[in-house]
Design a protein around this ligand. Structure first.
Ligand code: NAP
Length: 348
């Protein structure tokens, strides 16, 4: 028998859609992705990008720092005594996503640790094929597969992947090879600053390699990089080649100038890419309408509807603009409500 709702993806959008559809008695089945070396290399393991970040300072309800003193300030003592016990600190990305997962499971969400690798949306119920070959039928589908980190595509970058080249400082930054050594971060957005700032806790120096003379990062984040004495921003610079050898992995970088200066080399033991993301939509090619950057297209403004009636999209997979945990969670909620109303309207 067909499932009422299948959710594909296990970031904030997927788990929020699960919480809402479960509470609406739609008994959601959620595919959280497979734990494979390929997914590890591509950055598409279950729990998505939030599991690859450190402190989450901007998710409403989870102020960073000591929650106890924040609550003391925010709520008067008598009122506080009547409230439930609470966490003592702010929250990390991995903690937040685990809390969401648990919350979804508490309401009865069933979770399968596998990838959906193909879909048939041409007939109803829809068919979804998992990587183990099993076929699952659904009356409604919510796609929340998110996006993954980009690489530059240099042969030398590929050669030293996992031997000094990474797109996730939080996953790899604490490794011994990076401790008290100079490191490089490529990019000028919020991710690059976040990675550089995090790495500066371990590294002797962090070079931020940015192709322009101005950071893309938000003002507060940009200032954090500029104020950090361990971060040196190399303006108007691109990564031309990762240098290294078989025995040591990465030993340096060759940098090219975007303003006509000669190449320079820097000794580093690690290179961290932070140059944006690609949506995880390859398995939906030709099945749903996409933008030119391969993000799923929301076909009705302010709604999570896709080009196939009964299939909804939530989170970064359809959002090239905001890409925040909170906006992903919000659109997960919207997709759940859209799915619930669509099923009700169809009498399904
Ligand atoms: P992003 O904002 O798109 O920035 C990508 C950076 O990489 C840009 O500086 C870009 O340079 C550079 N870049 C892209 N392709 C390149 C190439 N081929 N060669 C050299 N440089 C290249 O991506 P992001 O930093 O991952 O951030 C994505 C979203 O997540 C943003 O909305 C951001 O605000 C959000 N975010 C927020 C936080 C936080 O609030 N704590 C943390 C991380 C991310 P140009 O500037 O020249 O284009």
């Amino acid at each position: 028998m067909a499932e009422k709702v299948i959710i594909i993806g296990s970031g904030p959008a997927g788990w929020t859609a699960a919480i809402y559809t479960a509470r609406a008695s739609l008994e959601p089945l959620l595919f959280e992705g497979a734990i494979t070396p390929e997914n590890q290399a591509a950055g598409t393991l279950p729990s998505g990008q939030l599991a690859l970040t450190t402190e989450v300072e901007n998710f409403p309800g989870f102020p960073s720092g000591n929650l106890e003193s924040y609550l003391d300030d925010a709520i008067d003592a008598t009122q506080r005594q009547m409230m439930a016990p609470h966490l003592k600190e702010g929250v990390s990305g991995p903690e937040l996503i685990e809390l969401m997962r648990q919350q979804a499971k508490n309401f009865g969400t069933r979770v399968i640790t596998d990838d959906i690798v193909d879909v048939d949306f041409t007939s109803h119920p829809f068919k979804l094929i998992a990587s183990d070959g099993s076929t699952h039928e659904a009356l409604a589908v919510i796609v929340a597969t998110g996006a993954r980190a980009n690489y530059l595509g240099l042969p030398s970058e590929a050669k030293f992947k996992n031997r000094g080249v990474s797109a996730c400082a939080v996953c790899d930054g604490a490794l011994p090879r990076f401790r008290n050594k100079p490191l490089a971060v490529v990019g000028g957005g919020d991710s690059a600053v976040e990675e550089a700032d995090y790495l500066s806790k371990f590294a002797s120096t962090v070079y931020m390699i940015h192709r322009r003379d101005e950071l893309r990062a938000s003002k507060i984040m940009a200032q954090r990089a500029i104020d950090n004495p361990k971060i040196e921003i190399l303006w108007n610079t691109t990564l031309a080649e990762v240098l290294g050898n078989d025995a040591d992995g990465v030993t340096g970088v060759r940098l090219a100038s975007t303003v006509g200066q000669p190449d320079v080399e820097k000794d580093v033991t690690g290179v961290f890419l932070a140059i944006g993301h690609t949506p995880n939509t390859a398995f939906l090619d030709g099945k749903l309408e996409m933008t030119d950057k391969k993000y799923l297209r929301w076909t009705t403004p302010g709604r999570t509807l896709t080009s196939v009636e009964g299939v909804f999209a939530a989170g970064d997979v359809a959002d090239d603009t905001y890409r925040q945990a909170v906006t992903a969670a919000a659109s997960g909620c919207m997709a759940a409500l859209d799915a619930e109303r669509w099923l009700a309207a169809k009498g399904l």
